[in-house]
Design a protein around this ligand. Structure first.
Ligand SMILES: C[S@@+](CC[C@H](N)C(=O)[O-])C[C@H]1O[C@@H](n2cnc3c(N)ncnc32)[C@H](O)[C@@H]1O
Length: 216
């Protein structure tokens, strides 16, 4: 099975998740609001989204390829199952491009947050999401995206130099919303967010938080 391991980045990410800014926590709630039924979350990290699912979500299959992050997600999943007894969370190894057999659909929603920047194959990952959804099911995404102007130039520069190696394969200049469109999703709607203060030239600061639907 193909896997993804970034031991140094995982440790940094694990720390960062214990010090998450309040607006990112709020965005997670917005990302997941109104969901119900069976959900597939891919690249679940330490399970930072689990506490934000509405109680109407009864089953979550959470895919995480990195061992260290997966172990943390497993602990967080157990805490959520105890807090909300009607919820089952199955944390599994695997990648977006090659989902494991227990991620077989159909799912009511596929969730990805801050993941499509890091996958090796964006069209392949979105094809997996599409195939896992029931007709009419939703892709919920919270992703940082390419922009233009000087910040876009900075994104291209960091992508070509140190950024992917320093941050677990992350690419800052991806046209993620365009890729979602090209993957066959419809009714794509998102709001643009600046993740960092305007004065901070952080190349991951332009974010898109949205919903796209597999045609019914
Ligand atoms: C920046 S972290 C985001 C974690 C989590 N989704 C969150 O919102 O906190 C990126 C995550 O994507 C995972 N990842 C990287 N490549 C992946 C792939 N090809 N398939 C699935 N997950 C992947 C990493 O292991 C990591 O957990």
């Amino acid at each position: 099975m193909p896997t993804v391991e970034h031991p140094l980045f995982s440790r940094v990410w694990s720390w960062a998740m214990r010090h998450e800014p309040r607006d990112v926590v709020r965005a997670r709630g917005e990302l997941l609001q109104g969901l119900s039924g069976r959900v597939l979350e891919v690249g679940a990290g330490t399970g930072s989204n689990f506490a934000h699912y509405p109680e109407t979500v009864t089953e979550i299959v959470a895919i995480e390829p990195d061992r260290l992050l997966r172990e943390e997600a497993t602990v967080v999943a157990a805490a959520r199952e105890t807090a909300v007894p009607g919820t089952r969370i199955h944390v599994r190894d695997g990648t977006f491009e090659a989902l494991p057999a227990d991620a077989a659909g159909p799912f009511d929603a596929v969730v990805c947050s801050l993941v499509l920047c890091s996958v090796a194959d964006v069209p392949g990952s979105l094809a997996s999401a599409y195939a896992a959804l029931r007709p009419g099911g939703q892709l919920r995404y919270y992703e940082h995206v390419a922009t233009d102007g000087w910040l876009g130039g900075l994104q291209r520069t960091v992508d070509a130099t140190f950024w992917p190696r320093a941050f677990g394969g992350c690419h800052t200049h991806r046209d993620t919303v365009g890729a979602i469109d090209r993957a066959g999703f419809e009714r794509i709607q998102h709001r643009d967010i600046r993740g960092a203060p305007r004065w901070a030239p952080v190349p991951i600061s332009p974010l898109a938080l949205g919903i796209a639907q597999r045609p019914a």
